[in-house]
Ligand binder design. Structure first.
Ligand code: ADP
Ligand code: TYD
Length: 205
């Protein structure tokens, strides 16, 4: 593997997609091949699984079923998009990856972290070189997210206290994981991006 794998994580509406896009633009302007992708999704099959996960009633899937669906989507995304891009030396930027499963399914909704970790080891086994965790007030982020009216609000519909527990989960993950950098997302996009860029560039040759 010769490429570099970067991920963005954080609660819904924290600005991950915006920052992933801004970073991709800057790195492309430097002449690098950048593959900007997302989860759930990032390959045709995984996008189909995404549709099952992000819409519909909150009770549609149990946390255990969600873990299996996210891993099925991730395996396809990894096989068809991430690995081939890394093998040809590209920078891969993914808007969410396995840390979302660790926090959304593994920390918040039930004590399922052992299942999440075991399955990850068995069927994924890939970690990013660096992960930017965009941290911000869940009430503000929820307003931003719901203002989009994307029709993909199943997880936002779990409510504010759920988002607060997610924030705590991501902060704990950042503390325990050396590849993670906690970024204050409650600032204008350009200021947030200015913190992220050098932390990405130091990994690139
Ligand atoms: P996420 O991918 O984390 O859900 P998005 O990047 O899609 O977040 O941003 C959610 C909404 O908030 C979008 O409408 C976006 O334009 C807006 N937004 C993103 N970053 C900021 C920021 N730093 N300040 C204010 N609004 C923002
Ligand atoms: P996303 O489109 O990134 O949502 P947002 O832009 O609102 O942040 O992801 C869809 C939802 O899927 C999001 O609420 C988080 C959830 N999710 C999990 O619960 N587990 C996972 O492993 C992943 C990748 C996402």
């Amino acid at each position: 593997m010769t490429g570099v794998f970067l991920t963005f994580e954080g609660i819904d509406g924290s600005g991950k997609s915006t920052q992933a896009r801004m970073l991709a633009e800057v790195l492309r302007a430097e002449g690098r091949e950048v593959v900007l992708t997302r989860e759930p999704g990032g390959s045709p099959g995984a996008e189909e699984i995404r549709a099952l996960l992000v819409s519909g009633d909150t009770a549609r899937w149990s946390p255990e079923t969600e873990i299996l669906l996210f891993n099925a989507a991730r395996r396809d995304h990894m096989e068809r998009t991430i690995r081939p891009a890394l093998d040809r030396g590209a920078v891969v930027i993914s808007d969410r990856f396995a840390d979302s499963t660790r926090v959304y399914q593994g920390a918040v909704r039930a004590d399922l972290r052992p299942l999440v970790d075991t399955l990850h080891k068995l069927v994924i086994g890939l970690e990013p070189e660096r992960t930017f965790i965009i941290d911000m007030d869940p009430a503000e982020a929820l307003k931003r997210g719901l203002a989009r009216k994307s029709g993909e609000d199943r997880f936002e519909d779990f409510g504010l206290s759920f988002q607060e527990r997610l924030r705590d989960g991501f902060r704990a993950l950042a503390d325990e994981t050396p590849r993670c950098r906690l970024i204050d997302g409650n600032r204008p996009p350009a200021e947030v991006a200015a913190d992220i860029l050098p932390l990405a560039q130091e990994l690139l040759v």
